[in-house]
Write a protein that binds this ligand. Structure first.
Ligand SMILES: Cc1cc2nc3c(=O)[nH]c(=O)nc-3n(C[C@H](O)[C@H](O)[C@H](O)COP(=O)(O)OP(=O)(O)OC[C@H]3O[C@@H](n4cnc5c(N)ncnc54)[C@H](O)[C@@H]3O)c2cc1C
Length: 403
């Protein structure tokens, strides 16, 4: 059975988050963006609304909703600004889901529950100054020290670096094994002490209301019970986290396409040129039609990936495809929106210049456009096949209604 209808609960969440974003986030964003200010109150508001653990089961402090709902929320948040959606991507998509998927029961209780309750922000530390796409090129090391590990190295381009309290950090335990020598660690900022420090990367090209920074690890002592999965499973864990993060990025970029479309439609009806609304010019209609098509296609792709996740079916190919298509389409839509607005699109009087600045980052992070093209070609050519995982992402288990 093929069903495109959202459940009543999903519709209610979309309406609630859309109203919340219009009331609480939209009035602030122009100023936050201009001031390049990450507002910590945004996360507090997410917590109050139950978004910080939206797709986390209730037993771990979450709202117990499904993965489709997570995607729908991301679409609504990025409709207003990419920085708002980024918070959920790093917190739940990359960090929380990784702990949910690979964590022991004790790790889930200790680290996932405070994340879901919004007591801490989660972040994901994979990229380094010298290694992004080439994950095996990282140089951060984790050396055994008694029953602990000592982590040393530097992470770069980490979203939420300055605000997060819980980090997934990827480091080599056995560098000679390359991908199979990387391990994943849960690092709690409070416990890590002064050997763990973070900094902000200033003057980035977009997502100005969000924080991106770096992490210095100077022999950070991490207890063995903070090892996520087994030693050597770090690469698989990172890729699993990215499957979930990419899904949220795809859903968010879909919201950005819709934001470009709505702004363009309204402006095209109001702006006059040569004695008529520019909406009547077919070349303007062409740009709007492309936004319509890409919005629908991007939405179908992310909903399919979310549906697979709900069933407990691996969605690496589908999440990659959804992320590649949605972010590339959002980048094109934002370019077109700026052109429809003409000179006004080139100022901050309207939001479309911000949309364009924001659209570029997601094309680069969580796998560049080129990397996703390679992934898709490899699947098509039979050069890439997914093997069963020791810890697959658990399928969605509907909550038992209270009678
Ligand atoms: C705003 C922002 C937020 C980010 N947040 C995070 C975060 O929270 N956590 C985190 O760990 N990282 C984060 N990143 C880092 C991001 O994931 C990396 O930038 C990304 O993986 C690309 O790596 P790179 O920048 O080192 O580019 P490189 O890997 O150096 O790539 C440079 C160019 O070479 C191309 N290229 C590389 N390898 C190949 C290949 N095999 N075939 C074809 N082309 C190739 C790339 O597509 C690209 O065009 C963030 C980045 C940005 C911009």
């Amino acid at each position: 059975m093929l069903n495109f209808e959202l459940t009543e609960e999903q519709k209610t969440v979309v309406e609630t988050v859309r109203a919340f974003a219009a009331r609480e986030l939209a009035p602030q964003i122009a100023e936050l963006d201009r001031e390049k200010h990450y507002d910590p109150m945004t996360f507090v508001k997410f917590r109050e609304l139950g978004l910080t653990g939206i797709s986390v089961p209730e037993e771990y402090g979450g709202a117990g909703m499904d993965y489709l709902t997570l995607g729908l929320v991301c679409e609504e948040l990025e409709y207003v600004d990419t920085s708002f959606r980024t918070i959920l991507s790093i917190h739940l998509g990359l960090c929380g889901s990784g702990i949910y998927q690979w964590g022991t029961e004790a790790q889930k209780r200790r680290f996932l529950t405070p994340l879901a309750r919004g007591e801490k922000l989660g972040a994901f530390g994979l990229t380094e100054p010298g290694a992004g796409s080439d994950v095996a090129g990282i140089t951060t090391r984790a050396k055994r020290s008694g029953s602990d590990y000592l982590l040393s190295g530097q992470k770069m381009w980490i979203s939420g670096a300055q605000q997060a309290g819980t980090f997934l950090i990827f480091a080599y335990t056995e560098p000679e094994k390359k991908h199979d020598g990387i391990s994943a660690f849960i690092v709690d900022r409070g416990e890590a002490g002064q050997a763990f420090s973070t900094f902000t990367i200033h003057d980035k090209a977009g997502i100005w209301a969000g924080n991106v920074g770096g992490i210095n690890l100077d022999d950070v002592r991490v207890p063995r019970e903070n090892l996520l999965g087994e030693e050597g499973e770090g690469f698989k864990i990172a890729m699993g986290c990215l499957d979930n993060g990419r899904y949220t990025v795809a859903a968010g970029a879909t919201g950005l396409i819709r934001a470009c479309l709505d702004a363009s439609v309204q402006y095209a009806k109001e702006r006059l040129a040569f004695g008529k609304p520019i909406a009547e010019f077919q070349l303007v209609q062409d740009m709007i039609a492309q936004m319509v098509a890409s919005y629908d296609a991007a939405r179908l792709l992310y909903l399919k990936a979310g549906w697979l996740k709900n069933q407990g079916i691996r969605s690496s190919r589908e999440s990659s495809l959804a992320k590649w298509f949605a972010t590339t389409s959002a980048d094109t839509a934002a370019n077109h929106a700026v052109e429809i607005f003409g000179a006004y699109g080139y100022s901050d009087e309207y939001p479309v210049a911000r949309f364009l600045r924001n659209a570029k980052g997601p094309v680069i992070y969580e796998g560049t456009r080129q990397v996703h093209k390679l992934i898709q070609a490899q699947y098509a050519l039979g050069l890439r096949k997914d093997k069963p995982l020791r810890c697959p992402l658990p399928s969605y288990r509907p909550r038992v209604p209270v009678s």
